[in-house]
Design a binder for this molecule. Sequence first.
Ligand SMILES: Cc1ncc(COP(=O)(O)O)c(C=O)c1O
Length: 455
Amino acid sequence: MTSAAGLRAANDARSQGDVAPNDLEAWWLPFTANRAFKRNPRMIARAKDMHYYTPDGRAVLDGVAGLWCCNAGHNRASIVAAIQAQAAELDFSPAFQFGHAGGFTLASRLAAMAPGDLDHAFFCNSGSEAVDTALKIALAYWNVRGEGGRTRLIGRERGYHGVGFGGISVGGIVTNRKFFGTLLAGVDHLPHTYSREHQAFTMGEPDWGAHLADDLERIVTLHDASTIAAVIVEPMAGSTGVLPPPKGYLQRLRQICDRHGILLIFDEVICGFGRLGHAFAAERYGVVPDMITFAKAVNSGTVPMGGVLVSSRIYDAFMKGPERTIELFHGYTYSAHPLACAAALATLDVYRDEDLFGRAKRLEPVFAEALMSLRGLPNVLDIRTLGLVGAIDLASRPDAAGARAFEAMDRAFQDLGLMIRITGETIAVTPPLIISEDQIGELVDKLGRVIRAVA
Ligand SMILES: Cc1ncc(COP(=O)(O)O)c(C=O)c1O
Protein backbone atom coordinates (compact mmCIF):
# COMPACT_ATOMS: atom_id res chain seq x y z
CA MET A 1 0.00 0.00 0.00
CA THR A 2 1.29 3.46 -0.88
CA SER A 3 1.33 5.70 2.18
CA ALA A 4 0.86 9.44 1.96
CA ALA A 5 4.16 9.94 3.77
CA GLY A 6 5.98 7.64 1.34
CA LEU A 7 4.57 9.53 -1.60
CA ARG A 8 5.62 12.83 -0.15
CA ALA A 9 9.14 11.50 0.32
CA ALA A 10 9.26 10.26 -3.26
CA ASN A 11 8.01 13.59 -4.53
CA ASP A 12 10.52 15.43 -2.37
CA ALA A 13 13.30 13.34 -3.83
CA ARG A 14 12.09 14.12 -7.33
CA SER A 15 11.71 17.83 -6.80
CA GLN A 16 14.43 20.00 -8.24
CA GLY A 17 15.97 23.34 -7.35
CA ASP A 18 13.44 25.76 -5.91
CA VAL A 19 10.38 23.90 -7.20
CA ALA A 20 8.12 23.25 -4.22
CA PRO A 21 7.74 19.55 -3.49
CA ASN A 22 4.31 18.11 -4.25
CA ASP A 23 2.22 16.82 -1.46
CA LEU A 24 -1.32 15.57 -1.42
CA GLU A 25 -2.93 18.63 0.09
CA ALA A 26 -3.00 21.08 -2.80
CA TRP A 27 -4.98 19.06 -5.33
CA TRP A 28 -8.72 19.15 -4.54
CA LEU A 29 -9.79 16.03 -6.38
CA PRO A 30 -13.12 16.11 -8.26
CA PHE A 31 -15.99 13.79 -7.25
CA THR A 32 -13.68 12.31 -4.61
CA ALA A 33 -13.77 11.76 -0.86
CA ASN A 34 -10.64 13.88 -0.49
CA ARG A 35 -9.84 13.17 3.17
CA ALA A 36 -10.24 9.42 2.80
CA PHE A 37 -8.15 9.50 -0.38
CA LYS A 38 -5.34 11.50 1.18
CA ARG A 39 -5.22 9.17 4.17
CA ASN A 40 -5.06 6.14 1.86
CA PRO A 41 -4.24 7.26 -1.70
CA ARG A 42 -4.92 5.21 -4.79
CA MET A 43 -2.10 6.42 -7.01
CA ILE A 44 -1.55 5.55 -10.65
CA ALA A 45 1.79 5.95 -12.39
CA ARG A 46 1.39 4.54 -15.89
CA ALA A 47 -0.85 2.45 -18.11
CA LYS A 48 -0.67 -0.01 -20.99
CA ASP A 49 -3.50 -1.75 -22.83
CA MET A 50 -5.80 -3.32 -20.20
CA HIS A 51 -3.78 -2.28 -17.17
CA TYR A 52 -2.86 0.56 -14.92
CA TYR A 53 0.34 0.35 -12.86
CA THR A 54 0.84 1.84 -9.41
CA PRO A 55 4.01 3.77 -8.49
CA ASP A 56 5.33 0.59 -6.84
CA GLY A 57 4.72 -1.39 -10.03
CA ARG A 58 1.53 -3.32 -9.21
CA ALA A 59 -0.65 -4.09 -12.24
CA VAL A 60 -4.30 -3.07 -11.89
CA LEU A 61 -6.85 -4.46 -14.36
CA ASP A 62 -8.81 -1.53 -15.73
CA GLY A 63 -12.44 -2.50 -15.26
CA VAL A 64 -13.78 0.92 -16.20
CA ALA A 65 -11.82 2.12 -19.24
CA GLY A 66 -10.41 4.87 -17.06
CA LEU A 67 -13.66 6.73 -16.61
CA TRP A 68 -15.73 5.17 -19.41
CA CYS A 69 -13.36 6.66 -21.96
CA CYS A 70 -10.31 4.52 -22.86
CA ASN A 71 -12.24 2.21 -25.19
CA ALA A 72 -9.16 1.34 -27.27
CA GLY A 73 -7.17 0.47 -24.13
CA HIS A 74 -4.25 2.46 -22.81
CA ASN A 75 -1.21 3.99 -24.46
CA ARG A 76 -1.85 2.47 -27.85
CA ALA A 77 1.27 3.00 -29.96
CA SER A 78 -0.45 4.51 -33.02
CA ILE A 79 -2.46 6.98 -30.93
CA VAL A 80 0.60 8.03 -28.92
CA ALA A 81 2.56 8.52 -32.17
CA ALA A 82 -0.23 10.62 -33.69
CA ILE A 83 -0.35 12.91 -30.66
CA GLN A 84 3.44 13.27 -30.62
CA ALA A 85 3.59 14.04 -34.34
CA GLN A 86 0.77 16.57 -34.08
CA ALA A 87 2.43 18.35 -31.16
CA ALA A 88 5.56 18.73 -33.26
CA GLU A 89 3.64 19.93 -36.35
CA LEU A 90 0.86 22.26 -35.13
CA ASP A 91 0.48 22.77 -31.39
CA PHE A 92 -2.53 25.06 -31.45
CA SER A 93 -4.73 26.62 -34.06
CA PRO A 94 -7.58 29.00 -33.28
CA ALA A 95 -11.00 27.74 -34.30
CA PHE A 96 -12.61 31.18 -34.25
CA GLN A 97 -12.44 32.39 -37.90
CA PHE A 98 -9.60 29.93 -38.74
CA GLY A 99 -9.44 26.21 -39.33
CA HIS A 100 -7.07 23.28 -39.67
CA ALA A 101 -7.25 20.04 -41.61
CA GLY A 102 -7.59 17.78 -38.55
CA GLY A 103 -10.82 19.43 -37.44
CA PHE A 104 -12.45 19.12 -40.85
CA THR A 105 -11.27 15.55 -41.40
CA LEU A 106 -12.51 14.49 -37.99
CA ALA A 107 -15.89 16.19 -38.44
CA SER A 108 -16.36 14.39 -41.77
CA ARG A 109 -15.43 11.03 -40.28
CA LEU A 110 -17.78 11.46 -37.34
CA ALA A 111 -20.58 12.58 -39.64
CA ALA A 112 -20.01 9.47 -41.76
CA MET A 113 -20.25 7.27 -38.65
CA ALA A 114 -23.38 8.96 -37.31
CA PRO A 115 -26.88 7.85 -38.30
CA GLY A 116 -29.35 9.81 -40.42
CA ASP A 117 -28.58 13.39 -41.30
CA LEU A 118 -26.33 14.09 -38.29
CA ASP A 119 -23.84 15.55 -40.71
CA HIS A 120 -22.21 18.37 -38.76
CA ALA A 121 -19.92 18.39 -35.73
CA PHE A 122 -19.43 21.21 -33.24
CA PHE A 123 -16.35 20.60 -31.08
CA CYS A 124 -15.67 21.38 -27.44
CA ASN A 125 -13.55 19.80 -24.71
CA SER A 126 -15.70 17.64 -22.47
CA GLY A 127 -19.04 15.98 -22.07
CA SER A 128 -20.29 18.80 -19.89
CA GLU A 129 -19.45 21.34 -22.56
CA ALA A 130 -21.04 19.09 -25.19
CA VAL A 131 -24.30 19.02 -23.25
CA ASP A 132 -24.38 22.76 -22.65
CA THR A 133 -23.54 23.28 -26.32
CA ALA A 134 -26.40 21.03 -27.45
CA LEU A 135 -28.88 22.78 -25.15
CA LYS A 136 -27.76 26.19 -26.43
CA ILE A 137 -27.99 25.06 -30.05
CA ALA A 138 -31.53 23.82 -29.36
CA LEU A 139 -32.59 27.16 -27.87
CA ALA A 140 -30.88 29.17 -30.60
CA TYR A 141 -32.41 26.93 -33.28
CA TRP A 142 -35.91 27.82 -32.23
CA ASN A 143 -34.92 31.47 -32.14
CA VAL A 144 -33.58 31.49 -35.68
CA ARG A 145 -36.67 29.54 -36.76
CA GLY A 146 -38.86 32.30 -35.34
CA GLU A 147 -40.24 30.13 -32.53
CA GLY A 148 -38.35 31.74 -29.64
CA GLY A 149 -41.14 30.73 -27.26
CA ARG A 150 -39.73 27.21 -27.24
CA THR A 151 -37.43 27.60 -24.26
CA ARG A 152 -38.33 24.72 -22.00
CA LEU A 153 -35.81 21.86 -21.65
CA ILE A 154 -36.79 18.37 -20.54
CA GLY A 155 -34.33 16.02 -18.86
CA ARG A 156 -34.88 12.87 -16.85
CA GLU A 157 -34.64 11.82 -13.22
CA ARG A 158 -31.32 10.13 -12.49
CA GLY A 159 -29.86 11.53 -15.73
CA TYR A 160 -26.23 12.65 -15.74
CA HIS A 161 -25.30 15.33 -18.21
CA GLY A 162 -22.09 16.65 -16.72
CA VAL A 163 -21.56 19.50 -14.34
CA GLY A 164 -22.23 22.72 -16.23
CA PHE A 165 -25.30 24.67 -15.15
CA GLY A 166 -27.21 23.43 -18.19
CA GLY A 167 -26.18 19.85 -17.55
CA ILE A 168 -27.07 19.82 -13.86
CA SER A 169 -30.37 21.54 -14.59
CA VAL A 170 -31.55 18.85 -17.01
CA GLY A 171 -29.69 16.19 -15.01
CA GLY A 172 -31.53 14.29 -12.34
CA ILE A 173 -28.99 13.29 -9.70
CA VAL A 174 -29.92 15.11 -6.53
CA THR A 175 -26.42 15.47 -5.05
CA ASN A 176 -25.23 17.12 -8.25
CA ARG A 177 -28.04 19.69 -8.05
CA LYS A 178 -28.99 20.52 -4.51
CA PHE A 179 -25.96 22.61 -3.55
CA PHE A 180 -26.00 24.86 -6.59
CA GLY A 181 -28.90 27.24 -6.29
CA THR A 182 -31.85 27.62 -8.56
CA LEU A 183 -30.26 26.26 -11.75
CA LEU A 184 -31.85 26.97 -15.16
CA ALA A 185 -35.47 28.02 -15.12
CA GLY A 186 -38.04 26.20 -17.21
CA VAL A 187 -36.73 22.66 -16.88
CA ASP A 188 -38.87 19.58 -16.37
CA HIS A 189 -37.96 15.93 -15.88
CA LEU A 190 -39.26 12.64 -17.18
CA PRO A 191 -39.36 9.78 -14.68
CA HIS A 192 -36.34 7.48 -14.64
CA THR A 193 -36.81 4.03 -16.08
CA TYR A 194 -35.62 1.77 -13.27
CA SER A 195 -37.83 -0.56 -11.25
CA ARG A 196 -36.14 -3.33 -9.32
CA GLU A 197 -39.48 -4.98 -8.86
CA HIS A 198 -40.01 -5.32 -12.61
CA GLN A 199 -36.47 -5.48 -13.95
CA ALA A 200 -34.07 -7.13 -11.48
CA PHE A 201 -31.30 -9.28 -12.99
CA THR A 202 -32.08 -8.40 -16.61
CA MET A 203 -29.45 -8.90 -19.29
CA GLY A 204 -29.87 -6.20 -21.93
CA GLU A 205 -32.95 -4.03 -22.32
CA PRO A 206 -35.68 -4.76 -19.77
CA ASP A 207 -39.15 -5.69 -21.02
CA TRP A 208 -40.86 -3.38 -18.55
CA GLY A 209 -40.87 0.40 -18.78
CA ALA A 210 -41.53 1.64 -22.36
CA HIS A 211 -44.72 3.30 -21.12
CA LEU A 212 -42.63 5.70 -19.01
CA ALA A 213 -41.86 7.64 -22.20
CA ASP A 214 -45.53 8.61 -22.29
CA ASP A 215 -44.90 10.96 -19.40
CA LEU A 216 -43.64 13.36 -22.06
CA GLU A 217 -47.27 13.66 -23.20
CA ARG A 218 -48.20 14.74 -19.67
CA ILE A 219 -45.47 17.41 -19.72
CA VAL A 220 -46.64 18.59 -23.15
CA THR A 221 -50.21 18.82 -21.87
CA LEU A 222 -49.02 20.79 -18.86
CA HIS A 223 -46.86 23.34 -20.67
CA ASP A 224 -47.90 23.10 -24.34
CA ALA A 225 -45.48 21.92 -27.01
CA SER A 226 -44.99 25.49 -28.25
CA THR A 227 -42.94 26.18 -25.09
CA ILE A 228 -40.70 23.09 -25.29
CA ALA A 229 -37.35 23.24 -27.08
CA ALA A 230 -35.82 19.83 -26.50
CA VAL A 231 -35.71 16.58 -24.59
CA ILE A 232 -32.31 15.24 -23.56
CA VAL A 233 -31.68 11.70 -22.35
CA GLU A 234 -28.79 9.28 -22.14
CA PRO A 235 -29.86 6.26 -24.22
CA MET A 236 -28.47 4.17 -21.34
CA ALA A 237 -28.17 6.17 -18.13
CA GLY A 238 -24.59 5.50 -17.06
CA SER A 239 -23.30 7.50 -14.15
CA THR A 240 -26.42 7.05 -12.04
CA GLY A 241 -25.65 3.35 -11.89
CA VAL A 242 -26.34 1.89 -15.36
CA LEU A 243 -29.99 1.89 -16.38
CA PRO A 244 -30.49 0.21 -19.77
CA PRO A 245 -33.45 1.64 -21.68
CA PRO A 246 -36.59 -0.50 -21.59
CA LYS A 247 -37.45 -2.16 -24.89
CA GLY A 248 -39.24 0.34 -27.12
CA TYR A 249 -38.73 3.30 -24.76
CA LEU A 250 -36.41 5.38 -26.96
CA GLN A 251 -38.50 4.71 -30.06
CA ARG A 252 -41.57 5.93 -28.19
CA LEU A 253 -39.77 9.06 -27.02
CA ARG A 254 -38.81 9.80 -30.64
CA GLN A 255 -42.43 9.39 -31.77
CA ILE A 256 -43.76 11.75 -29.11
CA CYS A 257 -41.07 14.35 -29.90
CA ASP A 258 -41.98 14.11 -33.59
CA ARG A 259 -45.66 14.48 -32.84
CA HIS A 260 -45.00 17.77 -31.07
CA GLY A 261 -42.03 19.10 -33.05
CA ILE A 262 -39.70 18.78 -30.04
CA LEU A 263 -35.97 18.22 -30.61
CA LEU A 264 -34.53 14.99 -29.21
CA ILE A 265 -30.94 14.99 -27.94
CA PHE A 266 -29.13 11.76 -27.12
CA ASP A 267 -26.31 12.28 -24.67
CA GLU A 268 -23.92 9.59 -25.88
CA VAL A 269 -20.91 10.70 -23.88
CA ILE A 270 -20.78 7.17 -22.42
CA CYS A 271 -22.78 5.18 -24.97
CA GLY A 272 -20.86 6.31 -28.04
CA PHE A 273 -17.87 4.66 -29.71
CA GLY A 274 -18.61 1.00 -29.21
CA ARG A 275 -19.66 0.82 -25.58
CA LEU A 276 -23.00 -0.71 -26.65
CA GLY A 277 -21.57 -2.57 -29.65
CA HIS A 278 -22.23 0.18 -32.19
CA ALA A 279 -20.69 3.49 -33.13
CA PHE A 280 -23.62 5.14 -31.36
CA ALA A 281 -26.50 3.82 -29.26
CA ALA A 282 -28.79 5.57 -31.74
CA GLU A 283 -27.79 2.87 -34.22
CA ARG A 284 -28.44 0.05 -31.73
CA TYR A 285 -31.98 1.32 -31.19
CA GLY A 286 -32.73 2.45 -34.73
CA VAL A 287 -33.61 5.92 -33.46
CA VAL A 288 -32.15 9.04 -35.05
CA PRO A 289 -32.08 11.95 -32.61
CA ASP A 290 -31.65 15.58 -33.72
CA MET A 291 -28.34 15.88 -31.89
CA ILE A 292 -25.84 13.51 -30.31
CA THR A 293 -23.37 14.66 -27.69
CA PHE A 294 -20.07 12.82 -27.49
CA ALA A 295 -16.74 13.05 -25.61
CA LYS A 296 -14.60 10.52 -23.70
CA ALA A 297 -13.98 7.62 -26.13
CA VAL A 298 -13.88 9.81 -29.24
CA ASN A 299 -10.11 9.70 -28.74
CA SER A 300 -10.02 6.95 -26.15
CA GLY A 301 -9.67 9.51 -23.38
CA THR A 302 -6.21 10.63 -24.45
CA VAL A 303 -6.78 14.37 -24.95
CA PRO A 304 -9.79 16.31 -23.64
CA MET A 305 -12.43 16.53 -26.37
CA GLY A 306 -16.19 16.63 -26.69
CA GLY A 307 -18.66 17.65 -29.30
CA VAL A 308 -22.16 17.64 -30.70
CA LEU A 309 -23.31 15.96 -33.87
CA VAL A 310 -26.04 18.12 -35.34
CA SER A 311 -28.63 17.36 -38.00
CA SER A 312 -28.50 19.15 -41.32
CA ARG A 313 -31.97 20.52 -40.62
CA ILE A 314 -30.64 22.36 -37.57
CA TYR A 315 -27.33 23.40 -39.13
CA ASP A 316 -29.03 24.70 -42.27
CA ALA A 317 -31.44 26.80 -40.23
CA PHE A 318 -28.47 28.82 -38.96
CA MET A 319 -26.80 29.26 -42.36
CA LYS A 320 -28.84 32.30 -43.34
CA GLY A 321 -28.29 36.03 -43.52
CA PRO A 322 -25.16 37.94 -44.63
CA GLU A 323 -22.20 35.60 -45.15
CA ARG A 324 -19.90 37.66 -42.93
CA THR A 325 -22.16 37.18 -39.93
CA ILE A 326 -21.29 34.72 -37.17
CA GLU A 327 -24.18 32.26 -37.14
CA LEU A 328 -23.77 30.92 -33.58
CA PHE A 329 -22.22 32.97 -30.79
CA HIS A 330 -20.72 30.01 -29.00
CA GLY A 331 -17.39 28.17 -28.90
CA TYR A 332 -14.31 27.39 -26.84
CA THR A 333 -10.67 28.40 -27.17
CA TYR A 334 -9.80 24.73 -27.43
CA SER A 335 -12.63 23.66 -29.76
CA ALA A 336 -11.12 21.08 -32.15
CA HIS A 337 -7.70 21.33 -30.54
CA PRO A 338 -5.19 19.87 -33.02
CA LEU A 339 -3.88 17.32 -30.50
CA ALA A 340 -7.39 16.14 -29.65
CA CYS A 341 -8.28 15.83 -33.35
CA ALA A 342 -5.10 13.91 -34.19
CA ALA A 343 -5.73 11.59 -31.25
CA ALA A 344 -9.34 11.07 -32.36
CA LEU A 345 -8.40 10.28 -35.96
CA ALA A 346 -5.82 7.72 -34.80
CA THR A 347 -8.35 6.26 -32.34
CA LEU A 348 -11.05 5.90 -34.99
CA ASP A 349 -8.48 4.01 -37.08
CA VAL A 350 -7.87 1.62 -34.19
CA TYR A 351 -11.61 1.12 -33.70
CA ARG A 352 -12.02 0.36 -37.41
CA ASP A 353 -8.89 -1.75 -37.94
CA GLU A 354 -9.51 -3.89 -34.86
CA ASP A 355 -13.30 -3.94 -35.31
CA LEU A 356 -13.65 -2.98 -31.66
CA PHE A 357 -17.35 -2.08 -31.90
CA GLY A 358 -18.05 -5.51 -33.42
CA ARG A 359 -15.87 -7.05 -30.74
CA ALA A 360 -17.94 -5.37 -28.02
CA LYS A 361 -21.08 -6.74 -29.62
CA ARG A 362 -19.67 -10.27 -29.80
CA LEU A 363 -18.46 -10.12 -26.21
CA GLU A 364 -21.76 -8.75 -24.86
CA PRO A 365 -23.34 -12.15 -24.08
CA VAL A 366 -20.09 -13.51 -22.61
CA PHE A 367 -19.74 -10.44 -20.40
CA ALA A 368 -23.40 -10.55 -19.36
CA GLU A 369 -23.33 -14.27 -18.44
CA ALA A 370 -20.10 -13.82 -16.50
CA LEU A 371 -21.47 -10.93 -14.46
CA MET A 372 -24.75 -12.71 -13.79
CA SER A 373 -22.76 -15.52 -12.18
CA LEU A 374 -22.37 -13.13 -9.22
CA ARG A 375 -26.09 -13.35 -8.51
CA GLY A 376 -26.59 -14.94 -5.14
CA LEU A 377 -23.43 -13.51 -3.56
CA PRO A 378 -24.01 -11.74 -0.25
CA ASN A 379 -25.77 -8.37 -0.49
CA VAL A 380 -26.22 -8.46 -4.27
CA LEU A 381 -29.64 -6.92 -4.94
CA ASP A 382 -29.51 -6.56 -8.72
CA ILE A 383 -27.19 -6.98 -11.69
CA ARG A 384 -27.73 -5.15 -14.98
CA THR A 385 -25.78 -5.53 -18.22
CA LEU A 386 -25.80 -3.86 -21.63
CA GLY A 387 -23.05 -3.91 -24.25
CA LEU A 388 -19.77 -3.94 -22.35
CA VAL A 389 -21.35 -2.31 -19.32
CA GLY A 390 -22.37 -3.96 -16.09
CA ALA A 391 -23.67 -2.82 -12.74
CA ILE A 392 -24.12 -4.55 -9.42
CA ASP A 393 -26.30 -3.05 -6.69
CA LEU A 394 -25.24 -3.91 -3.15
CA ALA A 395 -27.32 -3.68 -0.01
CA SER A 396 -26.29 -0.84 2.30
CA ARG A 397 -24.94 -1.42 5.76
CA PRO A 398 -27.26 -0.11 8.47
CA ASP A 399 -26.92 3.68 8.72
CA ALA A 400 -23.99 3.76 6.31
CA ALA A 401 -25.28 4.34 2.79
CA GLY A 402 -22.51 3.90 0.25
CA ALA A 403 -19.97 2.50 2.72
CA ARG A 404 -20.03 -1.04 1.38
CA ALA A 405 -19.43 -0.05 -2.25
CA PHE A 406 -16.75 2.44 -1.22
CA GLU A 407 -14.89 -0.26 0.64
CA ALA A 408 -15.30 -2.57 -2.36
CA MET A 409 -13.76 0.03 -4.68
CA ASP A 410 -10.86 0.62 -2.32
CA ARG A 411 -10.17 -3.05 -1.64
CA ALA A 412 -10.45 -3.95 -5.32
CA PHE A 413 -7.71 -1.46 -6.11
CA GLN A 414 -5.46 -1.92 -3.10
CA ASP A 415 -5.74 -5.64 -2.52
CA LEU A 416 -6.89 -7.27 -5.75
CA GLY A 417 -5.47 -5.13 -8.55
CA LEU A 418 -8.82 -4.16 -10.08
CA MET A 419 -10.23 -0.73 -10.85
CA ILE A 420 -14.01 -0.41 -10.56
CA ARG A 421 -16.32 2.58 -10.34
CA ILE A 422 -19.00 3.19 -7.76
CA THR A 423 -22.09 5.36 -7.51
CA GLY A 424 -23.78 5.15 -4.14
CA GLU A 425 -24.08 1.41 -3.52
CA THR A 426 -23.71 0.47 -7.19
CA ILE A 427 -20.52 -0.97 -8.67
CA ALA A 428 -20.11 -0.27 -12.39
CA VAL A 429 -17.74 -2.10 -14.73
CA THR A 430 -17.10 -0.83 -18.25
CA PRO A 431 -13.78 -2.25 -19.46
CA PRO A 432 -11.84 -1.20 -22.55
CA LEU A 433 -13.25 -2.91 -25.64
CA ILE A 434 -9.98 -4.80 -26.13
CA ILE A 435 -10.69 -6.96 -23.06
CA SER A 436 -10.16 -10.68 -23.69
CA GLU A 437 -12.49 -13.45 -22.54
CA ASP A 438 -9.84 -14.52 -20.02
CA GLN A 439 -9.70 -10.99 -18.66
CA ILE A 440 -13.50 -10.93 -18.37
CA GLY A 441 -13.10 -14.06 -16.24
CA GLU A 442 -10.43 -12.38 -14.15
CA LEU A 443 -12.55 -9.25 -13.72
CA VAL A 444 -15.59 -11.20 -12.56
CA ASP A 445 -13.51 -13.45 -10.29
CA LYS A 446 -12.02 -10.40 -8.59
CA LEU A 447 -15.44 -8.78 -8.33
CA GLY A 448 -16.77 -11.89 -6.62
CA ARG A 449 -13.87 -11.88 -4.18
CA VAL A 450 -14.33 -8.24 -3.32
CA ILE A 451 -18.11 -8.61 -2.86
CA ARG A 452 -17.46 -11.46 -0.41
CA ALA A 453 -14.77 -9.40 1.32
CA VAL A 454 -17.20 -6.57 2.08
CA ALA A 455 -20.05 -8.85 3.19
C1 LIG B 1 -23.82 11.01 -20.24
C2 LIG B 1 -22.77 11.98 -19.79
N1 LIG B 1 -22.85 13.26 -20.17
C3 LIG B 1 -21.94 14.16 -19.82
C4 LIG B 1 -20.86 13.79 -19.05
C5 LIG B 1 -19.87 14.82 -18.63
O1 LIG B 1 -18.65 14.61 -19.25
P1 LIG B 1 -17.34 15.35 -18.71
O2 LIG B 1 -17.01 14.73 -17.39
O3 LIG B 1 -16.33 15.08 -19.79
O4 LIG B 1 -17.67 16.79 -18.60
C6 LIG B 1 -20.72 12.47 -18.65
C7 LIG B 1 -19.58 12.05 -17.83
O5 LIG B 1 -19.50 10.95 -17.35
C8 LIG B 1 -21.70 11.54 -19.02
O6 LIG B 1 -21.65 10.27 -18.63
